[in-house]
Design a protein around this ligand. Structure first.
Ligand SMILES: Nc1ncnc2c1ncn2[C@@H]1O[C@H](COP(=O)(O)OP(=O)(O)OP(=O)(O)O)[C@@H](O)[C@H]1O
Length: 575
C-alpha cells in the first residue's frame, strides 16, 4: 500500500494529477524491474567513482614516489575496477532494456485497450493520429517515466559521491562547481516554456504525418483512378517538411540549452586547471590530486546535466501525457444494467438519432418480425439503428428494450443480442475462418460451413481453399459481393435476437440475394430481422412492418441510393 502511495506521488510529480490516475498502476508494475536496474547502476557508479582516486594513487604513491611495487599494485587495481565497471555496464544495459521494454508493452497495451473502447458518441480522430499517440507518445512518456527515476537517483548518487570525494581532496575548491548551479537553474527554468511549445508542435506534426500517410496509402487506388497520385505525394511531402522543420527547431533548441550547461562546465574546468595548477606550483597540491580533482569535476558535469536536462525532458513528456489523457478519458466503460429477461421487444417513441434529419418516429418491433426501414438517403436510418447498440446518441424521444431505455443498458449486453451488420463491415487480414469465428469463437467447422451455405458462399469457398482461404487487408482480394456475403455469413453465426441488415446486400447479384434471403427467412424465424435497402430483392418482402422515415423539411442531400420514388416522396413531404 505504501509503495502504491509513493508511486502515485512520483507519477503526480512527473505528469500531473490526471495522468497519474491511469499511469500509477503501470509504474507500480515496472517498479521491481527498475529497482534491480537501479541496484546495478549504483554499483557501477560506485566503481566509477573509485577510479580517479586509484589514478591518484598510481601517480602520487607509484610514479611520483618512485615506488615500483606500489605502481604495479595500484595499476592492477585500476585495471580490475575498470573491467568490473565495463562488465556491470553490459549486464545493466540488458536488464534495463528488458525492464524498460516490459513497461512499454504494459503501457501501450493499456492505451490500445482504451483506443478500442473509444466512446462511439465522440468523433473519431484520423487513424494516423490515433496510431501516432499509441506509438510515439507512448514511447515518449514510457522512456521518461522509466528512465527519470533511474537517471535522477543515479545522478544524485554520483553528484553526492563526487562532491564528497572532492571535499576530501580540497573543500575550498569543491565549492566552485556548487556556485554555478543557481545560474544554471535560473537559465533552465526560463527556457522551459519554449521546450513545451516546441514539443507540442513536434507531436502535432507527427500525428499529421501519420494521418496523411494512413489516408493516402489506403486511398491510393482511388487517387490512381483520378490520376491524382502526385497530389497525394505532394500532401505527404508537405507533412514531411512540416515535421522535419519542427524537429530541427526542437533539436536546435535542445542543443542550445545543452550548450549553456556545457559552457559553464568548461569554464569550471578552466578555473580548476588554473587554480589547481597554481596550487601544484606553490607546492600545496600533488599532481595526482589535481588529476583526480579534474576527473571528478568532469564526472560531475554528466549527472548535473542529466538532472537539469530532466526538467526539460519532463516538459516534453507532459505534452505526450496530455495527448494520452485524451485517449484514456475518451474510452467508454461497459456500464449499465442487463436487458430485462424475455423475448426482445424494441419500442421507439418519438425517436430520432443525433444528426438525423427525419421527423421523430414511433414504432414497436415485435420479436421475430420482419421489418423494412425505409427513407431517403442521409435521413438517418443507420443512425437510428445504431442507437439500439448505443453506437449513436438519441437527439429526442426514447428507445426502449423490454421496457428499459437503451441508454441504461450495458453495451456488451446489447451487442450480444443485437447484430447490426453496418454498411461497410470490416473484414480482417487472415483466413476466411479467422474472420468468421470473430462472431463465435466456439463455432466448429460444420457450423462455419452451414453459415457459408446460408450466405451462398459454400460453392465459392470450396473452389478456393475452403475455410483456409486467405483474405488480404480489408479483403481487397475479394469482390464487393463476396465481401458482403462473408460479412452476412459472420453475422448469421451469432446467436442474436435482432439482426439488422443495413444495405448489406447492395453489391450482391439478385439471384444470390434471393437465395440468401430465403435462407435467412427459413433459419431465423424467431429473430427480429430489420432490413435497410434502397433497391434490389431485399425490398420485395413480404414484411410484417414497413417504417418510412420522412422529413417535413426538404432534404437536399442525395447519393447513389437515392431512388426516383424516394425523391418523389421527399418532394411530396416538402410540399
Ligand atoms: N458517426 C456519425 N457521427 C455524426 N453524424 C453522423 C455519423 N454517421 C452519420 N452521420 C450523419 O447522420 C445523418 C444520417 O446518416 P445515416 O447514415 O443514418 O443516413 P441513412 O439514412 O442511413 O443514409 P444512407 O441511406 O445514405 O445510408 C447524416 O447527416 C450523416 O452525415
Amino acid at each position: 500500500m505504501a509503495d502504491a502511495a509513493l508511486t502515485g506521488r512520483i507519477a503526480r510529480l512527473l505528469f500531473g494529477a490526471e495522468t497519474a490516475t491511469w499511469i500509477t498502476p503501470i509504474m507500480r508494475r515496472a517498479m521491481p524491474g527498475a529497482l534491480v536496474v537501479l541496484g546495478f547502476s549504483l554499483t557501477a557508479a560506485s566503481l566509477g567513482l573509485a577510479l580517479p582516486m586509484l589514478t591518484r594513487q598510481v601517480i602520487d604513491a607509484g610514479i611520483m614516489a618512485g615506488d615500483m611495487p606500489a605502481l604495479v599494485f595500484w595499476a592492477l587495481m585500476s585495471f580490475a575496477v575498470g573491467l568490473g565497471t565495463v562488465g556491470l555496464g553490459m549486464v545493466n544495459a540488458m536488464l534495463h532494456l528488458r525492464a524498460s521494454a516490459r513497461m512499454l508493452v504494459d503501457l501501450r497495451g493499456r492505451l490500445f485497450r482504451a483506443t478500442l473502447a473509444r466512446d462511439p458518441f465522440l468523433p473519431d480522430p484520423p487513424l494516423g493520429e490515433a496510431m501516432a499517440r499509441l506509438d510515439g507518445d507512448c514511447a515518449e512518456i514510457q522512456s521518461f517515466a522509466f528512465d527519470t527515476v533511474l537517471v535522477a537517483v543515479g545522478a544524485v548518487f554520483r553528484l553526492t559521491g563526487g562532491i564528497v570525494l572532492m571535499v576530501a581532496l580540497d573543500w575550498r575548491m569543491a565549492l566552485l562547481p556548487l556556485l554555478a548551479a543557481p545560474f544554471e537553474l535560473w537559465f533552465l527554468s526560463r527556457a522551459r516554456p519554449r521546450t513545451t511549445r516546441l514539443a507540442q508542435t513536434v507531436r502535432q506534426w507527427r500525428g499529421n504525418l501519420s494521418s496523411q500517410m494512413a489516408e493516402t496509402v489506403s486511398s491510393r487506388a482511388t487517387l490512381r483512378g483520378l490520376n491524382a497520385l502526385d497530389q497525394g505525394e505532394e500532401n505527404f511531402a508537405q507533412a514531411q517538411q512540416g515535421q522535419l522543420s519542427a524537429l530541427m527547431q526542437q533539436r536546435l533548441w535542445s542543443e542550445t540549452v545543452g550548450a549553456v550547461s556545457q559552457t559553464i562546465t568548461a569554464s569550471l574546468r578552466g578555473i580548476i586547471l588554473l587554480v589547481g595548477g597554481w596550487q601544484v606550483i606553490a607546492g600545496s597540491w600533488q599532481i595526482g590530486t589535481l588529476v583526480a580533482f579534474l576527473a571528478y569535476a568532469g564526472m560531475m558535469s554528466g549527472p548535473l546535466r542529466n538532472l537539469l536536462g530532466l526538467y526539460h525532458a519532463q516538459a516534453r513528456a507532459k505534452v505526450a501525457a496530455q495527448r494520452l489523457d485524451g485517449v484514456m478519458s475518451a474510452q467508454r466503460m461497459d456500464g449499465g444494467s442487463p436487458i430485462p429477461a424475455g423475448p426482445l421487444v424494441i419500442d421507439l417513441k418519438d425517436a430520432r438519432a443525433d444528426n438525423a434529419l427525419h421527423d421523430a418516429v414511433s414504432a414497436r418491433f415485435a420479436p421475430g418480425s420482419k421489418v423494412l426501414l425505409d427513407g431517403p438517403s442521409g435521413i438517418g436510418k443507420s443512425r437510428l439503428m445504431a442507437v439500439l447498440t448505443r453506437d449513436a446518441p438519441l437527439a429526442e424521444g426514447s428507445v426502449k428494450l423490454n421496457g428499459e431505455p437503451v441508454s441504461d443498458l450495458r453495451p456488451t449486453a446489447l451487442t450480444s443480442r443485437i447484430t447490426h451488420l453496418a454498411q461497410r463491415p470490416a473484414l480482417l487480414r487472415g483466413r476466411l475462418r479467422d474472420n468468421l469465428v470473430l462472431a463465435d469463437p466456439d463455432a466448429d467447422d460444420a457450423r462455419l460451413w452451414q453459415v457459408l451455405d446460408w450466405a451462398d458462399l459454400a460453392l465459392w469457398a470450396r473452389g478456393e481453399k475452403g475455410l483456409d482461404t486467405v483474405l488480404t487487408e480489408t479483403a481487397a482480394n475479394l469482390s464487393g459481393g463476396l465481401r458482403q456475403r462473408v460479412a452476412i455469413a459472420r453475422a448469421l453465426l451469432r446467436p442474436a435476437d435482432v439482426l439488422i441488415f443495413d444495405e448489406a446486400f447492395s453489391e450482391i447479384d439478385d439471384r444470390a440475394c434471393h437465395r440468401i434471403l430465403t435462407a435467412i427467412d427459413r433459419e431465423c424465424t424467431a429473430v427480429t430481422r430489420i432490413f435497410i435497402a434502397h433497391s434490389g430483392p431485399v425490398r420485395d418482402g413480404p414484411f410484417d412492418q414497413v417504417i418510412t422515415l420522412s422529413a417535413s423539411l426538404p432534404i437536399l442531400r442525395n447519393s447513389r441510393g437515392d431512388m426516383p420514388y424516394q425523391r418523389e416522396k421527399a418532394r411530396e413531404k416538402a410540399v
